[in-house]
Design a protein around this ligand. Structure first.
Ligand SMILES: Cc1ncc(COP(=O)(O)O)c(C=O)c1O
Length: 381
């Protein structure tokens, strides 16, 4: 049976991985600066992770949400300690889209309203309300288009004010660093005013931390670079280092009620074991400090390369912007220099999303290859 053909694929078949390296079916080694799309936070096959999942699957892999599962509370407590987000409550699910879907649903339950405000170039997932809040008409089917969503340019404080004052907006959802859209960030003034406007208009402020959260920005959450208090924070990607897990942190002003949200698989024993191993490793190996150190080192070198016109993002969620489309550059890096990088809807942007365990020697290896490719490109023009 053929696979439903929705992904344009590189011709590489990874079969194993260790930390920041992956190996294909012929034993060729690749440097992973893409992290399987910002998912690999603590490195491939980290021993803590392997041990935690192995032990858990050998004891109890799954039971439903109808019974006590102390691992969920352990995970919630660890998130609270590492993020410093006191008093929030945790609801667990399985993916980023599902986290945002639950966040938007909860905002609507809480406020009794149904319109959502989102921003240009934002990406929030592919399910019902999440995809409607995503600024990409190509992935919105007619069935999704029935959702009431208004998309505004990033930094349009006046637009946000005008829309919220109409009184029908349940949620403003924003990525504090845009992922798929190309690493754009709102200004400090914008984020802080949107936070205040939400609070003044009974609108829930949702921080989509699915890609920029879990240490990737150099703080546990990217919104923590600003003075804002989101009502709901959505999580996924780095949370499970590849194990499917997502969640939302919910401000205590939003009261829970039996049956309000629910899922079969969300918060299962295996997912919690994976999630706990990730957090313990981030803490033990000081991976947020490493993110900041390596980010500074990376940006320092990037600044010396004249072909790089703009360096975007924060921490280990970085974008290098060129004045040409980077498709061929990415192919050269992957096929000839064995380095995975990421692309964006801005096709002049090369995205760097490595595991947070990356070391300076890997950065040197990347820039050595990049400089060679840029020289080859110059010679062929
Ligand atoms: C910011 C953001 N939100 C939501 C999602 C959707 O996550 P998932 O693919 O796990 O549904 C993504 C995925 O790329 C994302 O980057």
């Amino acid at each position: 049976m053929p696979l439903f053909d929705v992904y344009p694929l590189y011709n590489v078949t990874p079969v194993s991985g260790k930390d920041i390296l992956v190996y294909d079916n012929e034993g060729t080694e690749y440097l992973d600066l893409y992290g399987g799309h910002a998912v690999i936070s603590i490195g491939h096959a980290h021993p803590n992770y392997v041990e935690a999942i192995t032990n858990q699957v050998n004891t109890l892999g799954f039971y439903s949400n109808a019974i006590q599962n102390p691992l969920q509370k352990q995970l919630a407590d660890k998130i609270e300690v590492l993020s410093g987000c006191k008093d929030y409550e945790l609801f667990l699910c399985n993916s980023g889209a599902e986290a945002n879907e639950n966040a938007l649903k909860l905002a609507s339950f809480k406020t009794g309203k149904k319109r959502v405000l989102a921003f240009s170039n934002g990406f929030h997932g592919r399910t019902s309300a999440a995809v409607a809040a995503t600024d990409n008409k190509n992935i919105i089917a007619p069935i999704n288009a029935q959702q009431a969503v208004t998309i505004l340019p990033l930094n349009d404080v006046e637009g946000v004010k005008r829309e919220l004052e109409k009184g029908d907006v349940c949620a403003v959802i924003v990525e504090f660093i845009q992922g798929v859209g190309g690493l754009d960030q709102g200004t400090t003034e914008f984020f802080e005013q949107v936070d205040a406007l939400c609070k003044a208009n009974n609108t829930m402020f949702i921080a989509d931390e699915i890609q920029c959260g879990y240490g990737r920005s150099g703080k546990f959450f990217a919104f923590q670079h600003y003075k804002v208090t989101p009502d709901i924070i959505s999580l996924a990607k780095g949370m499970g280092n590849g194990f499917p897990i997502g969640g939302i942190l919910i401000h205590p002003d939003i009261e829970s009620k039996y049956g309000m949200l629910g899922t079969t698989f969300g918060g299962n024993h295996l997912a919690c074991a994976a999630g706990l191993a990730v957090l313990n490793t981030i803490e033990e190996e000081k991976l947020i400090e490493n993110t900041n150190d390596i980010s500074e080192y990376f940006i320092g070198i990037a600044k010396t390369i004249p072909q790089i016109k703009n360096i975007k993002g924060r921490g280990l969620m970085l974008g290098l912007e060129f004045d040409f489309e980077v498709g061929d550059l990415r192919k050269e890096l992957i096929y000839n220099y064995k380095i995975f990088t990421g692309g964006a809807s801005n096709n002049k942007l090369l995205r760097i999303l490595p595991p947070l365990t990356i070391k300076k020697e890997h950065v040197d290896q990347f820039f050595d290859a990049l400089t060679k490719v840029l020289t080859e490109i110059k010679e062929t023009v």
